[in-house]
Design a protein around this ligand. Structure first.
Ligand code: NAD
Length: 296
């Protein structure tokens, strides 16, 4: 495997491109317009600079990594020589199904098609192609250059050969791949999202305030950040969408999203990216304070 095409150059796509390029794969990074691609290249450069400053990378390695990335605004051209395509476009089922139809048409017949989806069924995505045995989930974590885990998700038709190729490939990026089967939420979000939802219920029912809930989980369970702050960083709209996938997929009321979460998303409070969720985020700084709505 040498040629990797990455679809989508947002938060995850630029991180995935960065890591493959750093480990000397040839990367074709694809997005819908050049503005998004230029922004991604600027982010990758900044993150490589940070590695150089920390002396985990040399200036020469940084230059090579950047040379390994080419940008495209056409899927057809960007995947023409791909050994592997990693799709990291916006989390929308219709969009992903149409991208995979296109990939099936334009990527070489032996190419593996992977999705970085957080919650959409790999089996469903694979069914949009004629090569279900070569479709797999490759769920990187944010920020990709830093986080070690890759959740490797086997769809119903994914072959052993495809799985073992992707497991080895992830190891070549110095990641730790973990193989799981394709059921709603896979493993990461099936466990994380109910914990976040329960933290929101704990707030909603008045058991404790934001500060108290996050402090219990940080200092009591040694979590690096509390579940409400984590929800703000993931995006409250994203958390709600994943909970809906779990709720619909299992039909079990234990996954029902907390009405407070639904209200906040409806009112436009999406967490850090919108400036306010359970915390308020001051523009231009990382300072956060508990929103007065939720302080005790
Ligand atoms: N953000 C996270 O923490 C995280 C973690 C794990 C997995 N994911 C998953 O990764 C994927 C991407 O998420 P993100 O946070 O990077 O989103 P993002 O919004 O930052 O980036 C998505 C990018 O996809 C591009 N795009 C949309 N349609 C496209 C098309 N037809 N062709 C090419 N590019 C297209 C957009 O222009 C945008 O640049 C989603 O499936 C998400 O569920 C996200």
């Amino acid at each position: 495997m040498k040629n990797i095409s990455v679809i989508g150059s947002g938060t995850m796509g630029n991180g995935i491109a960065h890591v493959f390029a750093q480990f000397d794969y040839q990367v074709n990074l694809i997005d819908i317009n050049q503005v998004a691609l230029d922004k991604a290249l600027a982010t990758i450069t900044k993150n490589l600079d940070r590695q150089v400053a920390k002396e985990t990378l040399t200036e020469g390695q940084k230059a090579t990594a950047l040379q390994n990335i080419a940008t495209f605004t056409s899927i057809k051209e960007g995947v023409a020589n791909a050994d592997l395509v990693v799709e990291a476009a916006t989390e929308n089922i219709d969009l992903k199904l149409s991208i995979f139809k296109e990939l099936d048409q334009f990527a070489p017949t032996n190419a593996i098609l992977a999705s970085n989806t957080s919650s959409i069924s790999i089996t469903k995505i694979a069914a949009a192609t004629e090569r279900g045995n070569q479709v797999i989930g490759m769920h990187f974590m944010n920020p990709v250059p830093v986080m070690k885990l890759v959740e490797v998700i086997r769809g119903y038709q994914t072959s052993d050969e495809t799985t073992s190729t992707i497991m080895s490939l992830a190891k070549s990026l110095e990641k730790v791949p973990v193989e799981v089967n394709d059921y709603p939420g896979f493993v990461a979000n099936r466990i994380l999202m109910p914990m976040i939802n329960e933290a929101i219920y704990t707030l909603y029912e008045g058991v404790a305030g934001v500060y108290e809930i996050d402090t219990v989980m940080k200092l009591g369970m040694a979590h690096p950040m509390g579940p409400l702050q984590l929800a703000d960083f993931i995006g409250l709209d994203v958390c709600l969408a994943i909970l809906k996938v779990l709720h619909d997929g299992f039909g079990n009321p234990k996954y029902a999203p907390c009405p407070l979460l639904v209200n906040m998303v409806t009112a436009g409070y999406k967490g850090a990216k919108s400036g306010e969720g359970f915390y308020k985020y001051t523009a231009g700084s990382k300072a956060l304070s508990v929103s007065e709505k939720f302080s005790r």
